[in-house]
Design a protein around this ligand. Structure first.
Ligand code: URP
Ligand code: ZN
Ligand code: ZN
Length: 460
């Protein structure tokens, strides 16, 4: 099967050129001006941007939190991803039973994703305890299972202590694997949570007040120190929500530390005043870290622009407002943490980033696709428009204006945080390995067509 995409404005993280792309059997075979080849399909991309498919390296499909299960599974979540122009995800594996092996949860997640996903997918492993068995198992997981990054938490039930983090990072660094970290200081959170709950201060705003910026800053600072002591092991800070934490990442990079930074659309577009919405609507925004004060937003954009923040991923972790989120009525601490966003990431960043001239089209490609693919070992198969790469391609119409309504989205959840946001530009075609899976609002893919990606180690 062959396809030619004609006359597009082809954007990579480095270049913008007008031309054609020729695809054969799912692979990009030729890129250039006025390519003359016979092909089964022709797509006219005149006046459109043609970009590499989005790579979302922070999702929580099917996540079991204890009190609730995230309501997008690997089918509904990846259909929504495809509509929003994302063609690969790397999902964060949830915690398993106490003391389980690394492979245990990877097998569980293969069970969740196989025959369901419609775009290609990988998994970040999770380190929930550390002992000799876990340390020895890492090599097998990295080299044989194709899982080359692992998440650790500094809070929640299976948080790790510093000595275990050092052991973990030392070994993962030797293997070339990346340690991704949820950075919040657990003691600070516990103190403030108890402080507010014991005074009957339980409405959604106290979720934010009980997780102050300093808790994130302290944890990021500590992780940069521990990564350095572990031999400059690769460290990836997930969901940076504050300017101060980003400043720490900037300084670490200046000091040649092997640190990468991620933020998410919610920290660029939403702020903590939303927790005070009437009718308990503040519960929609209960996520960790919480939404912050608005002044952070412009500074986070600056850190995207200067390369401190390498990636914008979603942390997609949806719960219905009318069901699971209601557990938090009368007590914010009972509300499952997380919010949807897998479908709106590229449209928001294209409209508010590229069209509003906060970032170039090349930076847009870099933060949504190329850099995450490189950091997490999906590159060059994913993350670029390049000869030999998978033809994971998104066509964006910069003239298509959309007002976001939850009704038009495909996330399996009853709200979006971006209701009524007005966007300039929207993805109109999503292609995965040469197959058009979304075209003009129609899903054309098949359940289960997505393939597991055996990732290599980082290419940055
Ligand atoms: O609130 C959030 N972000 N929930 C998902 C799990 C995590 O901490 O990333
Ligand atoms: Zn997290
Ligand atoms: Zn997360």
């Amino acid at each position: 099967m062959s396809t030619i995409i004609k006359n597009g404005n082809i954007a990579t993280s480095e270049k913008l050129l007008k031309g054609d792309i020729y695809i054969e059997d799912g692979i990009i075979v030729d890129i250039g001006e006025n390519i003359q080849r016979d092909s089964d399909n022709i797509i006219d991309a005149s006046n459109m941007y043609v970009v590499p498919g989005g790579v979302d390296v922070h999702t929580h499909l099917n996540l079991h939190t204890g009190s609730a299960v995230a309501v997008d599974d690997f089918y509904t979540g990846t259909v929504a991803a495809a509509f929003g122009g994302t063609t690969s995800i790397v999902d964060h594996i949830g915690f398993g039973p106490q003391g389980c092996s690394l492979k245990h949860q990877i097998d569980v997640y293969h069970g969740y994703a196989d025959n369901k996903a419609v775009v290609d997918y990988g998994f970040h492993g999770v380190i929930q305890h550390v002992d000799d068995h876990i340390i020895n198992e890492m090599k097998y997981i990295v080299e044989k299972e194709g899982v080359t990054s692992f998440k650790i938490y500094l809070t929640y039930d299976f948080k790790l202590e510093d000595q275990d983090i050092l052991r973990t990072m030392k070994r993962l660094g030797e293997l070339g694997a990346v340690t991704a970290v949820h950075c919040e200081n657990d003691g600070i959170l516990n103190y403030f949570r108890n402080f507010y709950l014991s005074r009957e201060m339980k409405s959604p705003i106290y979720h934010a007040l009980s997780r102050p910026e300093e808790a994130e800053e302290e944890a990021v600072n500590r992780m940069i120190t521990l990564a350095s002591l572990a031999g400059n092991a690769p460290l990836y800070i997930v969901h940076d929500s504050t300017a101060k934490a980003a400043k720490l990442i900037e300084n670490a990079k200046k000091n040649k530390r092997n640190v990468f930074g991620e933020t998410c659309p919610q920290y660029l577009f939403l702020d903590e005043t939303l927790y005070n919405k009437p009718d308990n609507e503040g519960l929609k925004y209960i996520m960790s870290p919480p939404l912050r004060k608005k002044f952070n937003q412009d500074i986070l954009w600056k850190y995207i622009e200067n390369g401190t923040l390498d990636v914008v991923a979603t942390d997609h972790c949806p719960f219905n407002f009318n069901k699971e989120k209601q557990y938090g009525i009368g007590d914010f601490s009972k509300c499952p943490n997380g919010a949807p966003g897998i479908e709106t990431r590229l449209p928001l960043l294209f409209s508010e980033g590229v069209m509003k001239k906060r970032i170039s089209i090349n930076k847009f490609v870099d933060i949504t696709s190329t850099k995450p693919a490189k950091i997490f070992g999906l590159y060059p198969k994913k993350g670029d428009i390049k000869i030999g790469s998978d033809a994971d391609i998104v066509i964006i119409d910069p003239k298509k204006n959309m007002t976001i309504k939850n009704d038009m989205l495909h996330e399996n959840v009853d709200y979006t945080c971006y209701e009524n946001f007005e966007l300039q530009g929207y993805p109109v075609i999503t292609m995965s390995r040469g197959e058009v899976i979304v075209e003009n609002g129609q899903f054309k893919g098949k359940k289960g067509r997505g393939k597991f990606i055996r990732r290599s180690v980082s290419k940055v």
